[in-house]
Design a protein around this ligand. Structure first.
Ligand SMILES: NC(=O)c1ccc[n+]([C@@H]2O[C@H](COP(=O)([O-])OP(=O)(O)OC[C@H]3O[C@@H](n4cnc5c(N)ncnc54)[C@H](OP(=O)(O)O)[C@@H]3O)[C@@H](O)[C@H]2O)c1
Length: 369
């Protein structure tokens, strides 16, 4: 093992999953990496909607993940530098390597399994809103060199989820066909302009798709169009029936080929009404709500799904090998994640509240050190 002098303390944020305002700061000894583990100095952390739910006590839809009784370090997505190697870890990593955390640490390949859910960072495991953390050597990927620390920190959940939502059902390497433009001729719908949607927009554009973005904000739609090349934009506040607009845009194709369904109860049925026959709705999130409000005679989901032969695929992030595949794609297309705002480490709680306010475009990042 390399020498690492533990002269400093590990600075952490803590939550008891009891509200943004009850987030506290604490310290712990800097951990020592064990067998096949590495110690990472965390430099940047990007935030996800999930982090707001965890800290606010609302992340309850995975039944096996019970509330912690002792303080939890929130957040899952970090960019850091390896500063110490445990025994055996030096065959994978070397000191100074710039790395990204993976979300479910034991999910290395293929379909996620029940037991992988217990390896999630920022619940149930302590997360990354801290200055140092030990990871198993398999719980990290190499960070793309061309990205800044803040940009790279945006990849683990938002970008990998968007990647899987688009290419998760394709065999490895499909994206490389057709000159790296496998979505040529396809239409992709992105709901909102949060982390997943913006990453999805960037990936879909780079892969040659026609893209349609919805948002509550005309200014965000302007940015999506002018800065990221969205082909069509729809304000879902002023155009409540945005699914009709998608049908209009897609014309004779009669619907979008892929929809990144991040909205949940307020959007899923609309997505089902504007998906092409045989299209792919990747069920990702619930920013408009988790529960159906029992609106009258809404058609049963089963029927809605089968009547257009739609594949509904639940997504829980993606495995490490697909993450690495995605990084290759990012590098090839020089995709730069969009960082809306960077907070200092001492503003961690404020950053989480800011994300939940929904005023961001793209990603919110905490610069740790
Ligand atoms: N399954 C997974 O693996 C996975 C991974 C990542 C995220 N998620 C889930 O996916 C969702 C998005 O995550 P995120 O991290 O991208 O969130 P985020 O960065 O906080 O983005 C939230 C955005 O959602 C949009 N939104 C809110 N209400 C909406 C509505 N009624 N219709 C359409 N868009 C709406 C808003 O966009 P505008 O401001 O433009 O209106 C808002 O900015 C969350 O529910 C999250 O839990 C799941």
């Amino acid at each position: 093992m390399s020498q690492f002098t533990q002269t400093k303390e590990n600075q952490q944020w803590h939550t008891l999953e009891d509200g943004f305002d009850n987030l506290t700061r604490g310290t712990a000894p800097i951990p020592t990496p064990g067998q096949d583990e590495v110690l990472v100095k965390i430099k940047a952390v990007s935030l996800n909607y999930r982090d707001t739910e965890v800290t606010n006590g609302e992340y309850n839809h995975h039944k096996t993940l019970s509330k912690r009784t002792e303080p939890l370090v929130p957040c899952s997505d970090a960019l850091g530098i390896i500063i110490a190697l445990g025994p055996g870890a030096d065959s994978t990593w070397k000191l100074g390597d710039r790395v990204l955390s993976t979300f479910n640490q034991s999910h290395l390949s293929g379909q996620i399994k029940a037991q992988d859910m217990s390896s999630g960072l920022g619940k149930p495991l302590d997360g990354v809103l801290q200055t140092y953390r030990v990871f198993p050597s398999t719980g990290l990927v190499k960070a793309p060199e061309y990205l800044s620390d803040e940009e790279a920190s945006c990849l683990p959940i938002a970008a990998v989820t968007a990647w899987m939502a688009i290419f998760g059902m394709e065999p490895f390497g499909t994206w490389a066909k057709d000159d790296g433009k496998p979505l040529k001729g396809k239409t992709v719908v992105l709901e909102g302009t949060g982390g997943v949607a913006v990453a999805g927009l960037q990936i879909a554009k780079a892969a040659g798709a026609t893209t349609i973005v919805t948002s509550s904000s005309d200014e965000k739609l302007r940015r999506a169009k002018e800065e990221l090349g969205a082909d069509y934009v729809i304000n879902y506040k002023t155009t409540g029936n945005w699914e009709e607009k998608v049908m209009e845009i897609t014309g004779e194709k009669d619907g979008a080929d892929i929809i990144l369904e991040t909205g949940g109860s307020g959007t899923l049925y609309k997505a089902l009404d504007c998906i092409a026959f045989g299209g792919l709705i990747s069920c990702i999130g619930y920013t408009s709500g988790k529960e159906d409000k029992g609106e009258g005679n809404r058609m049963n989901l089963n029927l809605l799904a089968l009547r257009r032969n739609v594949t509904l695929k639940g997504i829980i992030n993606g495995p490490r090998d697909r993450f690495e595949e995605m990084c290759e794609f990012y590098e090839r297309h020089q995709i730069r994640p969009v960082v809306d705002k960077v907070f200092g480490f001492e503003q961690g709680g404020e950053a989480i509240k800011y994300l939940r306010s929904g005023s961001h475009f793209g990603k919110v990042v905490v610069k740790v050190q």
